[in-house]
Design a protein around this ligand. Structure first.
Ligand code: IMP
Ligand code: MG
Length: 178
């Protein structure tokens, strides 16, 4: 399946599933090496990161926990723009080393919100692992420690990423055909 249609748009395969799988092997190897003998909490950001989080976590050979939070949008009562809130915290992460798992880091806005919450919750420190990274779009200073693939500033779907809620189940990453 080199091309696929989701709703009204056409997409072309950009990163095949087997290539993603090999890259996740390498990322897990690096994390296993870097965190040897430490106790870490992986924190997946829903919804998009669920698949990457699962694939990465099953390759982790550390004393590790995993938890998920979700960035939920709701309409502000006064402002016209939508406000986003992180919900679902249920693990005590105080003094823990956290590895944030993202599907994609684009502008970095989401990541900055999560980093702020982690500081409030007084974690010992955090690292960031993302399957995809758009360097030309990134506007923040937080270092991205583990990057699966750097991609151009185009819209992608698959491997957890969606277009209007669809396409998350695609086993490869697809890019929008302009
Ligand atoms: P941010 O701009 O780094 O805050 O990214 C915000 C969110 O936008 C990500 O977590 C994704 O859910 C979504 N996103 C960014 N780029 C894409 C894309 O190319 N396809 C699908 N979702 C995307
Ligand atoms: Mg997302």
């Amino acid at each position: 399946m080199r091309e696929t249609v989701i709703l009204d748009k056409k997409f072309r395969e950009m990163i095949p599933g087997n290539v993603i799988s090999k890259r996740i092997d390498e990322m897990a190897e690096s994390i296993n090496r870097d965190f040897k003998n430490s106790d870490v909490v992986f924190l997946g950001i829903l919804n998009g990161a669920f698949l990457f989080a699962a694939e990465l976590f099953k390759r982790i050979d550390l004393k590790a926990q995993i938890s998920f939070v979700k960035l939920a949008s709701y309409e502000g009562t006064r402002t016209s723009g939508s406000i986003k809130e992180l919900i679902g915290w249920n693990e005590d992460i105080k003094n823990k080393t956290v590895i944030i798992i993202e599907d994609i880091v684009d502008t970095g806005y989401t990541l900055e919100r999560i980093a702020g919450e982690l500081r409030i919750r007084k974690v010992a420190g955090f690292k960031v692992a993302t399957l995809l990274f758009k360097p030309d779009s990134y506007k923040k200073k937080i270092p991205i420690d583990y990057i699966g693939f750097e991609i151009p500033n185009d819209f992608v779907v698959g491997f957890g990423l969606d277009y209007d809620g669809y396409g998350r189940n695609l086993p490869s990453v697809y890019t929008l055909i302009q």
